[in-house]
Design a protein around this ligand. Sequence first.
Ligand code: SF4
Ligand code: SF4
Length: 54
Amino acid sequence: MMKINDECISCGTCVDSCPVEAIAESGDTYAISDSCTDCQACVDSCPVNAIVEG
Ligand code: SF4
Ligand code: SF4
């Protein structure tokens, strides 16, 4: 499953890249839920490379 790490600047860009709506705001940052299918579509959308395998 993919995870969002501490590099996240909370820009929200990745949210729309996910086909199963697994990315949502979580407190001050963003998080990926268990519905993630590991498709990797979000990875390239992040300007600071905060979405990593985890
Ligand atoms: S890997 Fe795919 S399913 Fe998982 S959060 Fe990213 S875009 Fe969504
Ligand atoms: S695109 Fe990257 S920096 Fe922006 S909210 Fe998503 S994980 Fe955070």
